[in-house]
Design a protein around this ligand. Structure first.
Ligand code: SF4
Length: 46
């Protein structure tokens, strides 16, 4: 699953809804997963 950073308003509603706690506000992404910020954004550049 990907989130379009151009349309996401950072409302945070999806974060508690994720059953496996896989969604973070971008400024709170754990360091070990920071590379996924770019991978997520790149998905929308195709
Ligand atoms: S934070 Fe989550 S629910 Fe809110 S706009 Fe972004 S993707 Fe949608």
């Amino acid at each position: 699953m990907y989130i379009d950073p151009a349309t996401c308003t950072d409302c945070g509603a999806c974060e508690p809804a994720c059953p496996v706690s896989a969604i973070f506000i971008s400024s709170e992404v754990p360091a070990k997963w920071e590379s996924f910020i770019r991978k997520n954004a790149d998905f929308f550049q195709r």
